[in-house]
Ligand binder design. Structure first.
Ligand SMILES: Cc1cc2nc3c(=O)[nH]c(=O)nc-3n(C[C@H](O)[C@H](O)[C@H](O)COP(=O)(O)OP(=O)(O)OC[C@H]3O[C@@H](n4cnc5c(N)ncnc54)[C@H](O)[C@@H]3O)c2cc1C
Length: 471
């Protein structure tokens, strides 16, 4: 059992209160840091469950449904600090350090790494993947110089173009754009290279390639509800935080100087010493009062952001189709990134409560989803199934889908299209008692689990500093 907060810590803050808007990872991570430092914390969440985009729940058969397929990357820091504090870090199962691409008609290639200092660890990926020709890989090897050594200034300067424009400008082979970078861009932010900012791809790729362990990937051994957000919610409750679900915030109340309260959809008004919003930016836009937007460009800039649509599909088959215990990429069809969870996530090797071991249970990120959103569930599921059969023509022969689930997210992570990065706000705002958290706020990991946790902890730090508490 973890310790509860002692009364000396509480007295440090003089019982100051913080209202946190949004019970996703950013809001919950901020809540933990504030509770640990003795604040009175209340979290307001509009849905009937916590976790936001990483939330999961059980369907009527008792099977877990996730908002999205979540991979953990070796590069993350704040997320793992948090999980270690909760005693849940060991629930991440790290997979073999390689990337496997599954293509139309059963074609395959894999990028492997060696245990050597960077960039030598990439040698087998560059020259031993067996798919791209040496000539193509040399165009990429040349581009590795700015990717690896360009640094923050160089990446920032590329935010005025799309990844496709950068890729073509630097002369990397076109086939590598279609077959390697398309699924990578879609996996990163659910946007194709012709829409995604070059900065995001270069920054993330540079980070992943510079540190050999950074691109290692892992999966939770079961659902995020049980192994990530659930333990966090329990910790907060145990340590005196109030968590209110089904509590939708309608607006922030502003008196021309500071935030004086929040009004809920129900009409109730709540007050606190500090307000920390951890809402998706498209939700926050609607809550910020016009006078605040009129007074500060900082808040007007929020209106420039929007969320990217994405769809999550699960398919259970009556036989084993994939034999890979790892994430899989596919440039062909509608499943850029997916996993056979019956391998990757041992607690998911079930169907309706019974063992499904030895048979496939896939979870897919379906993107780009803009043109798929208007389709019926049956049509989306049929396209996903067709992509599976195209990538696994042999092992899928005769396989039947025995169950499916589908989750549509019309606005998921913020869209990091060109020229957005400079508009990302800091966690501290021009209003002394208002703070922002979320993947769209400034931190290194964009809209990801790490970005959410890092932003939540940074926002909480700003609250501490505002109270004169050393951080
Ligand atoms: C399909 C998918 C796959 C992903 N895969 C990965 C991955 O592999 N690895 C990775 O690191 N990241 C991944 N991510 C990104 C990651 O899930 C998010 O970046 C992170 O969870 C965002 O957390 P957040 O707290 O900032 O926002 P959210 O999770 O969106 O939380 C915001 C909360 O605010 C609530 N809210 C909104 N409006 C109101 C209101 N008016 N009043 C009260 N509450 C409100 C929402 O209900 C929500 O719970 C994925 C995301 C998706 C959608």
């Amino acid at each position: 059992m973890l310790e509860t907060i002692d009364s000396n810590v509480r007295s440090r803050t003089g019982g100051k209160s913080v209202l946190i808007l949004g019970g996703g990872l950013a809001g919950l991570a901020a809540a933990k840091k504030l509770v640990d430092n003795g604040f009175q914390v209340e979290v307001l969440e509009k849905r009937n469950l916590f976790g936001g985009k990483v939330s999961s729940w059980k369907d009527s058969d008792g099977d877990s449904v996730e908002t999205g397929l979540h991979c953990f990357f070796g590069a993350y820091v704040d997320l793992y600090d948090l999980m270690r504090e909760l005693g849940t870090y060991e629930r991440i199962l790290w997979k073999k350090h390689e990337l496997t691409y599954t293509l139309s008609k059963g074609e395959r290639f894999t990028f492997r790494t060696w245990k050597l200092p960077s960039p030598l660890h990439l040698t087998p990926a560059l020259f031993g993947n067996g798919y791209f020709k040496l000539r193509e890989m040399l165009t990429f090897a040349k581009a590795l110089v700015p990717i690896l050594f360009g640094g923050d200034k160089y990446y920032a300067a590329q935010d005025d173009k799309t990844y496709e424009q950068w890729h073509e400008g630097i002369g990397i082979s076109k086939r590598m754009l279609k077959k390697m970078f398309l699924p990578m861009a879609l996996a990163l932010k659910f946007l194709p290279p012709e829409e995604l900012s070059a900065k995001v791809v270069l920054d993330v790729t540079g980070n992943f390639l510079r540190l050999p362990h950074a691109s290692e990937m892992g999966f939770l051994k079961g659902s995020p509800d049980e192994h990530l957000t659930g333990p966090l919610v329990s910790y907060l409750k145990r340590n005196g935080a109030t968590l209110r679900s089904e509590t939708k915030v309608k607006t922030l109340l502003y008196d021309g100087d500071e935030i004086t309260g929040v009004e809920l959809e129900s009409g109730e008004v709540l007050h606190a010493d500090y307000y920390l919003t951890a809402l998706p930016v498209h939700n926050l836009q609607r809550l910020v009062p016009e006078p605040l937007k009129e007074k500060f460009t900082f808040f007007r800039n929020l209106d420039a952001f929007e969320g990217v649509p994405v769809i999550t599909v699960q398919l259970w088959y009556d036989k084993q189709i994939s034999h890979t215990d790892n994430v899989l990429f596919s440039p062909d069809g509608v499943i850029p990134v997916y996993a056979d969870m019956a391998h990757t996530t041992p607690e998911y090797a079930t169907l309706r409560g019974l063992s499904h071991a030895g048979k496939s249970r896939f979870q897919f990120c379906v993107a780009p989803a803009k043109n798929l959103m208007p389709l019926s569930d049956e049509e989306v599921l049929a396209r996903v199934d067709a992509s599976v059969r195209d990538c696994f023509p042999e092992t899928s022969r005769g396989a039947k889908v025995v169950k499916s689930t589908i989750v549509r997210i019309p606005q998921s992570v913020y869209a990091p299209t060109p020229d957005k990065d400079k508009l990302r706000p800091t966690q501290a705002t021009p209003v002394a008692n208002l703070f922002l958290a979320g993947g769209y706020t400034q931190q290194r990991f964009y809209d990801s689990m790490e970005g959410a946790v890092a932003s939540g902890r940074l926002a909480a730090k700003e609250v501490l500093m505002r109270c004169g508490i050393p951080v």
